[in-house]
Design a protein around this ligand. Structure first.
Ligand SMILES: NC(=O)c1ccc[n+]([C@@H]2O[C@H](COP(=O)([O-])OP(=O)(O)OC[C@H]3O[C@@H](n4cnc5c(N)ncnc54)[C@H](OP(=O)(O)O)[C@@H]3O)[C@@H](O)[C@H]2O)c1
Length: 400
C-alpha cells in the first residue's frame, strides 16, 4: 500500500470508528466515547472490515473488546489484522481488563489510534503493544476521530466539564427583542435539536436573568431517548430564583441547584431549600461568583462531563470573558430585528480589537427547517485539531 493509500484507509477507518463511538455519547461519561474497527488492509487499497465496536455504557466492555467479541462471533480471526481505535488502547485493569492485552492476545498486527490517552491511569497502551511487537501508530487523518475525544482530553487536562454555549439568534445576531421577548426565535426543528442536546449532557446552566424573563424548565422534552437527566444550575448570586417558579416546581423531574454568594438573604435561601432546590455558595472573585470554581465542582462532586449553557448575554458574555466556552452552538433564524436596543448574543469585555478575539473553528452547519444550526469549537492550540480546514470529506457534523 502506498503512503497515500494507507493514510486514506486510516482516515476512512478512523472516521468509521468515530461514527460508531458517537452512539455512546451521553451514555459512557465520565468515560470517553470510543470506537474501534478491526479489518485487514487489502493489497492495493481499501480494507476488509471484520468488526466495528464501540463503548456503550460505563462499566461495559471497551470498544476494542466489543470489536474482538464480534470477530469471534463471526468466526473472523483477527490474527494479523489491523485495529483502528479513536483513543489509545488502555493498559490498566479498571472495571474491564486492559484493551492493549486483549489486542495482543488476539494477534492483531497493527494498531492505529487518533488520540493519545491523556489519563495517567489509562496511558501506556501504545508502549505495551509496541513491546509485544505490534506496529503502533498515532494518526491525525480523521478530524471526526480527533474531535470525538476533544471533550475528554479537555476534562482530564482542566478538571472542568466541556462547556457548550447554545443560543438561538436572529440573522442580525440578536438573542431577544428589546422587551426581552425571545420565544420563539427559531422553529420547532431547531428547538427539538436543542432538547436532544439537553438529553445527553450532565448539566444545563442558566443565569438569573433568563429565569426571571422566561421561567424556563430546562428539561429535555419531546426526545425519544433521554440519555442523561441533567442537573439544572442557575447562576443567581442574590437568590432571586422564585421558589414557586417552574424550575423549583419541577425538582421531582431532576435536581435544581442555585449558585449563590455568601451574602444572599437567609430567608431566600430557606424558601428555595423548602422548595427542594439546593443552594450552593460559590467563592467570589472581585465581587463575582467564581464560575470556573463552580464548573470544577460540577465535574468533581457531581460527575458532570458536559455542561450546556442556555443563558442570555450576561452569563454568555461572562463565560466568554473567562474563556470558559469550549463549544458554541448557534441556531440562526431567518429574521432581522435591526434594532440597536435588541439583546446581543454576549455582553462582555473580552476584546476591543479583532486580533484579540477568541478564535473558534467551524465544525459543521445543518439546515433545520427554516433555520440553520452551526457548531464551532474553541481553538486553543495550534495542534492536531487546527488542520481541519484542509480535510476533504472528513469532519464531524452538527448533530448532537
Ligand atoms: N435566544 C436565546 O437563545 C436565549 C437564551 C436564554 C435567554 N435569552 C434571553 O436573554 C435575556 C436574559 O438575559 P440576561 O443577560 O439578563 O440573562 P442571563 O445571562 O441568563 O443572566 C444574567 C445574570 O447572571 C448574573 N451573572 C452572570 N455571571 C455572574 C457571575 N460570575 N457572578 C454573579 N452574577 C453573574 C448577571 O449578573 P450581573 O447583572 O451582575 O452581570 C445577571 O444578573 C432574556 O430576554 C431571555 O429571553 C435568550
Amino acid at each position: 500500500m502506498t503512503g497515500y493509500a494507507e493514510r486514506a484507509a486510516d482516515r476512512a477507518m478512523l472516521d468509521l470508528a468515530a461514527r460508531a463511538a458517537y452512539r455512546g455519547v451521553g451514555l459512557v461519561e465520565p468515560n470517553p466515547p470510543v470506537g474501534c474497527v478491526i479489518g485487514r488492509r487489502l493489497a492495493r487499497r481499501g480494507v476488509e472490515i471484520l468488526a466495528i465496536g464501540h463503548h456503550r455504557a460505563v462499566g461495559g466492555p471497551h470498544a476494542e473488546a466489543e470489536a474482538l467479541a464480534l470477530c469471534r462471533a463471526r468466526h473472523a480471526d483477527p490474527a494479523g489484522a489491523s485495529a483502528w481505535v479513536t483513543l489509545e488502547p488502555c493498559a490498566h485493569h479498571g472495571r474491564t481488563p486492559p484493551c492493549a492485552d486483549a489486542l495482543i492476545e488476539a494477534g492483531v498486527a497493527e494498531v492505529v489510534f487518533a488520540t493519545q490517552d491523556p489519563h495517567p491511569a489509562g496511558a501506556g497502551g501504545a508502549a505495551r503493544l509496541r513491546s509485544a511487537g505490534v506496529d503502533v501508530r498515532r494518526s491525525d487523518a480523521s478530524a471526526w476521530a480527533l474531535e470525538l475525544s476533544a471533550p475528554f482530553v479537555h476534562r482530564v487536562r482542566t478538571g472542568r466539564p466541556w462547556v457548550i454555549a447554545k443560543w438561538a439568534q436572529t440573522l442580525d445576531g440578536r438573542l431577544a427583542a428589546r422587551s426581552g421577548e425571545s420565544k420563539w426565535i427559531t422553529g420547532p426543528r431547531a428547538r427539538l435539536d436543542a432538547h436532544r442536546l439537553r438529553a445527553r449532557v450532565g448539566a444545563v446552566l442558566t443565569g438569573i436573568g433568563t429565569v426571571l424573563a422566561d421561567d424556563p424548565l430546562l428539561t429535555a422534552r419531546g426526545v425519544p431517548r433521554v440519555r442523561r437527566r441533567a442537573l439544572r444550575v442557575v447562576v443567581d448570586p442574590e437568590l432571586r430564583t422564585p421558589p414557586d417558579g417552574r424550575l423549583a416546581r419541577s425538582v421531582t423531574d431532576g435536581p435544581v441547584v442555585v449558585w449563590s454568594s455568601a451574602g444572599a438573604r437567609a430567608s431566600a435561601r430557606r424558601a428555595l431549600r423548602d422548595a427542594g432546590v439546593e443552594v450552593v455558595e460559590l467563592p467570589e472573585t472581585s465581587g463575582r461568583l467564581d464560575l470556573e470554581a463552580g464548573l470544577v465542582t460540577l465535574a468533581r462532586q457531581r460527575g458532570v462531563s458536559d455542561a450546556l449553557v442556555e443563558a442570555g448575554p450576561g452569563l454568555l458574555g461572562e463565560l466568554a470573558d473567562l474563556d470558559l466556552i469550549d463549544e458554541a452552538r448557534a441556531y440562526i433564524a431567518p429574521a432581522v430585528l435591526a434594532d440597536a436596543g435588541a439583546l446581543p448574543v454576549m455582553r462582555g469585555t473580552r476584546a476591543r480589537a479583532l486580533q484579540e478575539a477568541a478564535p473558534f473553528r467551524l465544525l459543521g452547519a445543518r439546515r433545520l427547517g427554516p433555520d440553520l444550526g452551526v457548531v464551532w469549537r474553541r481553538s486553543r492550540d495550534g495542534g492536531a485539531h487546527a488542520a481541519h480546514g484542509d480535510q476533504k470529506g472528513s469532519g464531524p457534523g452538527v448533530s448532537a
